[in-house]
Write a protein that binds this ligand. Sequence first.
Ligand code: GDP
Ligand code: GDP
Length: 440
Amino acid sequence: MKPVVALVGRPNVGKSTLFNRITKSRDAIVADFAGLTRDRHYGDARLGSREFIVIDTGGFEPDKPSGVVAEMAKQTKQAVAEADAVVFVVDMRNGVSGQDHDIARYLRQCNKRVFLAVNKAEGMADSPLLAEFHELGIGEPHPISSAHGQGIRSLLEAVLETFDFGDEDEAESEEEAANRPIRLAVAGRPNVGKSTLINTWLGEERLVAFDMPGTTRDAISVPFERLGQKFELIDTAGLRRKGKVFEAIEKFSVVKTLQAIADANVVLLLVDAMQGVSEQDAHIAGYVLDSGRAVVIAINKWDAVDGYQREMVERSIAQRLAFLKFAPILHISALKRQGLGPLWKAIADAHASATRKMPTPVLTRLLHEAVEHQAPKRAGHFRPKLRYAHQGGMNPPVVVVHGNSLEHVTDSYKRFLEGRIRDHFKLVGTPLRIEMKSSH
Ligand code: GDP
Ligand code: GDP
């Protein structure tokens, strides 16, 4: 499971700037999708092949100035409770403040691994002023500059070193991969019908439940079979297993949702037909898009709405989840057990698409055909030359295009390529990423 790293510190030390820098690469991918709302306080990040989740406690704006301290304390405590490690951010230019001491005192007794990041230290990494921060009793100060991107890698190395990411190069045979169950996460805000749906499924199927040992969090996964296909239901945010049935719990946890999504091959996003797409649905959908997982959208409680409401919910999906337009949309009733057959098929198709093999010769032929049909635009003196393509990954599928001057390939041309590749390989329910690799 992805470790969770919280950024804490008093206002204005640069937490949000650091957050943006750490999560930047992911955001850039999705920045131009209209309608994508996101909770700016949680983000996916990666260092090499090690993936983790970052929580930011900066950027909040309390109503009253007097509320700042209380709000900061609340946010800090929440974030620390959810985190596996904490980065305490302080300001090199301001030196150690009383508030820093207060936070340090709290962090010292919270039993988490805490790392001290001294921000705004551009050009001052060797300054003797750095030693002053030892007095916080948090350990070695790491000088960084969030604004300029300095020292951040070595800070993250120190933080991530303490986590076990398993054997990253673990190779898996094709047969093993084919036999592996489809890991499925059911996401959606409280009351959308997650536990009803899951209990309906599990009531129908042979159920073998087990608790997975060896993880710090109490992860639960439930394996089951459907029409010869093995599935593994991932412990889903907002649910708790009680004996053989799942029940909804009051508290909705963003971190749990993120972890379930990260752990899944396919995410089933449930929308309530009676409510339409809420802000929270859109947040969750944003995380799903970031994760690159396959997605199926199911509108639940279809039994309970009339024609007008049906039209409204369809419209709210078209508007607010436009960035997930690769995802199929199904209509179901978990309560009345309607539409569940097509739902299984959609989930299996999405998984098959996400793990489709795309051989280099086929991709390269598609590339050449696309260029013949419509060549990429010249940019000044440069005419991008697309030479060949290979598959760079699965779930999400990644196509790596090789050639020259590829940095001048426009986004609209990439979407054109994406469309042709999708059509050919019949990709449904999965994002497809296209990366350009110029040789010069
Ligand atoms: P937060 O309240 O802790 O989230 O702080 P912000 O990220 O909003 O940053 C507060 C201010 O510090 C902004 O004006 C940033 O531009 C500035 N800042 C952030 N990081 C750096 C840095 O590395 N160097 C300098 N000089 N300024 C920075
Ligand atoms: P969860 O919080 O997402 O796990 O939601 P629940 O499964 O607890 O469902 C919340 C409420 O919606 C319960 O009262 C369910 O009976 C009801 N519900 C769930 N699915 C359906 C459905 O397909 N149709 C109707 N009419 N009600 C449903």
